[in-house]
Design a protein around this ligand. Sequence first.
Ligand code: G3H
Ligand code: ZN
Length: 294
Amino acid sequence: MKTLRDALVESEKSRTALGHFNISDLVALKAVAEAARGLKVPVIVGVSEGEREFLGVRQAAALVRSIREEFDFPIFLNADHTHSLAKAVEAAKAGFDSVVFDRSTLPFAENVSETKKAVEALKAINPSIIVEGEIGDIGSGSEIHESAPESSRILTKPAEAKQFVASTGIDVLAPAVGNMHGLLRSMVRGEVHKRLDIGRISEIKAATGIFMTLHGGSGTDDSDLRNAIQAGMNVVHINTELRLAWRRGLETALADQPNEVAAYKILPVAVEAVKGVVSGRLQLFRSSVARVAG
Ligand code: G3H
Ligand code: ZN
């Protein structure tokens, strides 16, 4: 069976990106797995600390593993935005394929020393686990925000990225390159899109030579996403767009079936709504080379 590292190496060679989609229930998991299987592309399922508190750490691992084994399909599980070593260790012991160890709110030197410690501890549990570190500030939650946080304009510098990677031993870097978590109301309406600093992505890639993840993918301009992948992003995280589709799907289903009480008759509408978003994003993440060249 292909590992997450194999999939990252392939993405680097083909200049495509792996889609990473957050879930907190079976609706979203089914949507992600069905969309990826339909397109025959590997996929990463992410659960943040809050999402896995609801779903269960071992339950998330068991669910994803069961899909991987039943369908012999490369679906991977990531412990997204993990802020403590204890929770990172818990995920590694449960069999997660990767951990995003996020101490990006700390001063740089402390972020370096805590991330280095986490890399050592997690690799001692599972030598092939992928550990991602983060520098810069890309805002808080995957929610609908009233205004953009000022800090989202402070971008990662290539030199500090190089130093961070060399000092910590991480496998994947998550930089701040114009991205931010969540959506503004104008983005929900589709009037405004997030824009990325593509030149900076190329510079950080050249300085570090490491796999990179773009967080805060929801609402990003499509051509910026293609160019970011071409410039060196190997993974793109999408969450708020799925949460929005989940809510809208659920509202539609409840409005259309006012007397229905069987969850398995209501929830498929939400699965389809989320699946539509996942399929669209996965197709875009595979299209960077052709579109940029064309
Ligand atoms: O880690 C999760 C993501 O970075 C999702 O960001 O909610 O803006 O898509 P998003
Ligand atoms: Zn994120």
